[in-house]
Design a protein around this ligand. Structure first.
Ligand code: ASP
Length: 342
């Protein structure tokens, strides 16, 4: 038994773990237990690197709350054994998983770094190796026994971002993620520069896991010329308990009586209506312009500067835990894991 600190790599699937099939040449998930053969340089870490893989690696487009529960339980059950965790995950829905985990694992006192890549580890030119190596370095970075980043983060192309502030914004470039409303927690160059003042303090109590999710959520993305008929089709969903309205600018919506009536009907039904902005950065400010004043009168909740991914997963957890519209309003506007500026 070695006395090196141990770190757990969790492979869920995605491009990062793909190699060319020796026969047909197509990209297929590789057996993650062979990672140290593929990347012998990992042995240079003064760490016991252990790995575990989803039984069925997935393209992250297929991720569901059940996968989030599996990940959170895995971290919870192995929490004392490891100094940190690195999750390898497809980039497409990485920001959703990062947001969900940041709300599920509380209070967190160890690093959980999620990474992936745009090109597979099995291709000659790739971003996978650097992303994985630096994620391991960050997940094992401690000073005087205290982890430097006790948060759920995304590491991608030299940037360490708070997971629940991140968005995939580029489908091609190595620089695939941004967190427009929060500064990077670290930047990796010849050395890794941590922005200590932006990093959350580690939790002091023991870790608990939230595991309940609801999905009775609708999304209304507004656009110029949106039809009454299309918007009213939302009324057919009698199960809906929360609606995310993706508005313009700082929370602005077209001044249409039918839109007011639609939202009023939903609010009367007990649906919590959360207003986000379609802008990548900045915050919703309901009532700033005349065109958003009706939303205030209707009792809509301002999503402030939260991302869509964090908003959605926060609502899913609140619904899973049985919150009604008023419960959602109160809990939503609290800052759970650095996801919102209140
Ligand atoms: N479709 C892939 C996934 O999200 C893309 C990636 O890994 O980056 O699983």
């Amino acid at each position: 038994m070695s006395n090196k600190p141990a770190l757990l790599l969790i492979y869920t699937g995605g491009t990062i773990g793909m190699v060319r099939h020796p026969k047909h040449g197509q990209l297929v998930p590789f057996d993650f237990n062979g990672i140290s053969t593929l990347m012998p340089e990992l042995q240079q870490f003064d760490l016991e690197l252990e790995s575990i893989s989803f039984a069925q690696p997935i393209d992250s487009s297929n991720v569901t709350p059940e996968h989030w529960v599996e990940l959170a339980q895995l971290i919870h059950d192995n929490y004392d054994r490891y100094i940190g965790f690195v999750i390898l995950h497809g980039s497409d829905t990485m920001a959703y998983t990062a947001s969900a985990l940041s709300f599920m694992l509380t209070p967190l006192s160890k690093p959980v770094i999620i990474t992936g890549s745009q090109l597979p580890i099995g291709m000659i030119r790739n971003d996978a190796r650097e992303n994985l190596i630096t994620s391991i370095e960050i997940a094992s970075a401690y000073e005087h026994g205290v982890p430097l980043v006790p948060e759920v983060c995304i590491y991608f192309d030299n940037l360490l971002l708070r997971g629940n502030r991140s968005k995939k914004f580029n489908a091609e470039k190595f620089e695939a993620f941004q967190s427009p409303n929060y500064p990077p927690l670290a930047e990796a160059a010849t050395r890794i520069r941590y922005n200590h003042s932006y990093i959350r303090e580690r939790g002091r109590q023991s870790l608990s896991v939230r595991t309940k999710f609801g999905n009775q959520i609708g999304v209304l993305k507004l656009f110029p010329g949106i039809s009454e008929h299309f918007a009213n089709s939302l009324l057919a969903d009698q199960e809906m308990k929360a609606l995310i309205v993706e508005s313009f600018g700082s929370g602005n919506v077209p001044s249409k009586p039918w839109l007011n009536k639609l939202l009023a009907t939903l609010v009367d039904r007990g649906v919590a209506v959360v207003v986000l902005t379609q802008c990548l950065g900045g915050s919703v400010e309901l009532g700033k312009y005349e065109v958003s004043a009706p939303l205030v009168a209707l009792g809509c909740i301002s999503g402030l500067d939260i991302t869509f991914e964090a908003c959605l997963t926060k609502l899913m957890i609140l619904l899973g835990e049985g919150a009604d519209a008023e419960g959602i309003r109160q809990a939503f506007l609290q800052n759970w894991a650095g996801e919102i500026t209140v």
